[in-house]
Ligand binder design. Structure first.
Ligand code: HEC
Length: 180
């Protein structure tokens, strides 16, 4: 997820986190679990109170697991995970101030919680995801719920980005050739 070369794939819940939950948790934490649905089923957009309502609507196809696990994207209300807030203090933070090391959820990964036991690699991926501040998508376009008009706007600006990148590379190559 966050290691290795090439283009980073980001902390995509659907590709990296949901499979871990599917393997270890959803046999109990399905839609019928009274407190915590950890499935990848859609979470209705209008019921997400912090991530979208009264805040802004990011137009994202949230999953039950994501909204429930992150307490609607609110680290203050989340009992199981602590991640850095955008408005955390700006002075230097002490070591282990927040993040995976302060997240109770890891107590559910070692077999003590109804036998759920993650592999070391699964734990690492989960810790990495928390320390990346629990992102839902790995790219702006992933899991979007845009209208056709919004998709056209997106493509228009992506087209511009490609043209700028082409220009940069052309200039870079001609500068390099000139200095030889
Ligand atoms: C064999 C069934 C079972 C499995 C597997 C399981 N759980 Fe649970 N979980 C429960 C039950 C039952 C409860 C409610 C009672 C309790 O806390 O034990 C619960 C409660 C919880 C709670 C607390 C909910 C609250 O509101 O207090 C969390 C967080 C949680 N589970 C996370 C997980 C995660 C993450 C996994 C997978 C790694 C997992 N569970 C796997 C059965 C399970």
């Amino acid at each position: 997820m966050c290691v290795g070369g090439g283009v980073p794939s980001g902390g995509r819940v659907r590709r990296e986190i949901q499979p871990i939950l599917d393997r270890n948790c959803v046999r109990c934490h399905d839609a019928k679990h009274p407190k915590l649905d950890l499935t990848g089923a859609p979470f209705p957009d209008d019921k997400v109170w912090r991530i979208s309502k009264n805040y802004y609507n990011p137009k994202r196809a949230w999953t039950q697991s994501y909204v429930n696990l992150t307490a609607h994207g609110n680290p203050d209300a989340c009992k199981w995970m602590k991640w850095l807030k955008p408005r955390s203090r700006t002075t230097m933070l002490p070591p282990y101030h927040t993040g995976s090391c302060k997240s109770e959820i890891f107590k559910k990964f070692d077999g003590a919680h109804h036998g759920a036991k993650l592999t070391d690699n699964e734990k690492r991926v989960f810790a990495c995801w928390i320390d990346l501040l629990c992102p839902f998508s790995g790219s702006f376009a992933e899991a979007n719920t845009w209208t056709e008009d919004e998709k056209r706007i997106f493509l228009h600006f992506q087209g511009k980005r490609v043209k700028y990148a082409e220009r940069e590379l052309t200039d870079f190559l001609s500068e390099t050739a000139r200095r030889k």
